[in-house]
Design a protein around this ligand. Structure first.
Ligand SMILES: [Zn+2]
Ligand SMILES: [Zn+2]
Length: 262
């Protein structure tokens, strides 16, 4: 079993900190863990967030605390140190990168030849709207419009060919908002673009852990079915932000994939 999306951001860049994730992975009987950092933690990526910070005072405050607090070179040093050691589970290192169409070139430039095992592209902002922070931010939002933009951007992300995978591909549903139209066509377009780029999708339990009342576990069943039909690879993940959550519902996420028939 694999946990393909684990954030190490809440601790120092030490072998001891990495070991805490490994210990939990062993306890959860995982074979592989994929550790990552949000790209916005690194000062190099800060310019990508000018527009979302200008759009929202809330995001501006959040970014002041979370954004640009680390250097990419320090993360690369840690990766080198970990690769020189032996661990009882396979460890891969990558980045979870916010996708902004206008920053495709910068993203490609900053991540080129850095030796990452994987790059995961995720939609966290739609037309500058940080949709997954708080449900109250959705008051007055045009749900249909945001859904359309979310999936248009997801298709662009897949077509950009910058990333190896797409993170939590329907996290827009996090707080239980639903569009008035069927998403089948978007699911088909997304699956086609992912298959064409040989990209994987993240079957992620993070939204469920945060919002069990409004978010189903993993992807919507129809999306899962369409991805399987197009032979898109699916990697289970917890989106853990601390060692305790490593492996969260990975078995159940695998069951969802196995039990979903085309
Ligand atoms: Zn994410
Ligand atoms: Zn994440």
């Amino acid at each position: 079993m694999v946990d393909g999306h684990i954030h190490i951001e809440r601790g120092p860049y030490t072998l001891d900190w990495i070991n805490q994730f490994v210990q939990k992975a062993v306890e959860m009987q995982l074979d592989e863990i994929r550790l990552l950092e949000h790209n916005y933690r690194f000062e190099e990526f800060v310019p990508m967030y000018d527009s979302v910070c200008a759009y929202s005072a809330y995001v501006k405050e959040w970014f002041k605390k979370q954004g640009g607090v680390k250097k990419l070179s320090d993360y690369l040093e840690l990766i080198k140190k970990v690769r020189a050691e032996h661990f009882p589970v396979k460890i891969k290192f990558g980045l979870e990168i916010c996708y902004f169409k206008e920053y495709e070139a910068l993203t490609a430039e900053l991540t080129k030849d850095k030796g990452f095992d994987f790059l995961l592209g995720s939609i966290h902002f739609v037309d500058d709207f940080a949709f997954d922070h708080k449900p109250e931010h959705w008051v007055g939002v045009d749900v249909d419009k945001i859904y359309r933009r979310y999936f248009e951007d997801s298709v662009s992300l897949a077509e950009s060919r910058i990333f190896d995978g797409i993170g939590h591909p329907d996290s827009i549903k996090l707080f239980g908002h639903k569009p008035s139209f069927k998403l089948t066509e978007y699911y088909e377009r997304l699956a086609e673009a992912l298959a064409a780029g040989n990209m994987y999708t993240d079957q992620n339990s993070g939204a469920y852990r945060r919002c069990a009342g409004t978010a189903s576990l993993g992807m919507d069943e129809e999306l899962l079915r369409i991805l399987k039909k197009h032979n898109v690879r699916i990697i289970t993940s917890s989106d853990a932000h601390r060692p305790e959550d490593v492996g969260y519902k990975i078995k159940e996420l695998n069951d969802c994939i196995l039990n979903c028939h085309i």
